[in-house]
Structure formats: C-alpha cells, structure tokens
Write a protein that binds this ligand. Sequence first.
Ligand code: ATP
Ligand code: MG
Length: 140
Amino acid sequence: MALQRTFSIIKPDATRRNLTGAVIKKLEDGGLRIIASKRIQLTREKAEGFYAVHSERPFFGELVDFMISEPVVVQVLEGENAVARNREIMGATNPEEADAGTIRKEFAIDIGENSVHGSDSLENAKIEIEYFFNDAEVVG
Ligand code: ATP
Ligand code: MG
C-alpha cells in the first residue's frame, strides 16, 4: 500500500444539479482526503489543454463544450492507492456499466455528462495536479 495523491474534477452536470457535496461525501466516505479544492470556470483553452490526449477523438468538441458549460470543482485527493481508489469510487466511464454505489452509477447522466474526472495513473495525476494547483494551494 502506498499513500498517493490524485486529481479530481466535479464536472458541470454535477455542479449544475447541486451535487458537489454529494460527490465529495462519496470520495470522503471512500477513504480519500480532500487536500486542495477550488470551484472555477474553465476557459476553452484550459479545457482543450487538459483533454489534449483526446483531441483526435470524435467526441472532443462535445467534451470541451460540456466542460466549459458551467463551473467545475477541481480537487487533489490523498489516500492509500488514491489513483485506483478514486476510480473505483467513480465507477466506469459509461454509467450504464458502472457498479452500484459508485458516483457515476448514482449521479451521471450519460457517458459524456458523467459527473467526475479522475486521473488514470500516478504519472498523469502529478501532471494534472500541476496543471491546476501551485504548491501553496495544496495544504495536506
Ligand atoms: P475521465 O478522464 O473524465 O476521468 P475516463 O478516464 O473514465 O474519464 P476517458 O476515456 O479518459 O474516460 O474519456 C474522457 C472523458 O471523455 C469521459 O469521462 C467522458 O466525459 C468523455 N467521453 C469518453 N468517451 C466518450 C464517448 N464515447 N462519447 C462522449 N463522451 C465520451
Ligand atoms: Mg481519462
């Protein structure tokens, strides 16, 4: 077991429906600590940069439009095996395939509007945390 940090976004479908607290409760109940958090409005440029790895995918335009449609909450989560643990708590990308009790099963609208993002590796977690937070904002 290893103490890790991962990066999380509460997406616009969740902030719009006043589910910020409900999502955070799932993360905390799942054993993760929120060690940095801020509600922000993403710019198109910032969202395109964040999802650059998906820029050739057919849903890229739709994804960016969605991510800038309402504010998001960006967070750093810490805990044992936080990268994998967060993805377990989130559930599968497509909520129809997500396990019972996961954030996406309970709250997501569809595969596009799926309530949360979570880093997919420790390496990407570090990159994504640095994309949104400076050292002084991550307070442990
Ligand atoms: P995220 O990166 O947001 O945590 P993920 O790692 O489960 O999600 P990815 O394959 O990285 O899934 O896709 C990134 C995001 O792109 C998804 O969360 C979803 O919002 C959107 N997306 C993925 N596949 C589709 C699709 N087929 N149609 C529409 N949107 C999609
Ligand atoms: Mg991903």
